[in-house]
Design a protein around this ligand. Sequence first.
Ligand code: 5GP
Ligand code: ZN
Length: 116
Amino acid sequence: MSDCIFCKIINKEIPSQTVYENEQIIVIKDIQPAAPVHLLVIPKRHIDNICDSKLFEAGTGISEAIIKGIQEVTQKLGLRENGFRVIVNYGKDAGEAVPHLHWHIVAGRQFGWPPG
Ligand code: 5GP
Ligand code: ZN
């Protein structure tokens, strides 16, 4: 989508700090980190959000690619020893700000539960 900030990052029209990339996903550092490690796992295909039916269209395998990306990155960056949290925000109560599906990975400090 031409006016989507994450599509622009994927197309390298705006810069980002990329930590991992393959055919289906990109993993970048969040510009406003909420933890010492704060990454965004973003499918390269524009999908509005986790409730978008395009996520499960036959043959795309995007959800699997996202989970695989989380496995790769948490291993590569050594996040498994102390732990990490994965978050997807949807809608106004969760404070979703960017309407292109993305999964947050946060790590590097203790997180409270339930979340604030
Ligand atoms: P949401 O609230 O939609 O789940 O999260 C959007 C996230 O995207 C926020 O944590 C915000 O800091 C991050 N973000 C917004 N614009 C940019 C950008 O241009 N570059 C990067 N790296 N992160 C961004
Ligand atoms: Zn997009």
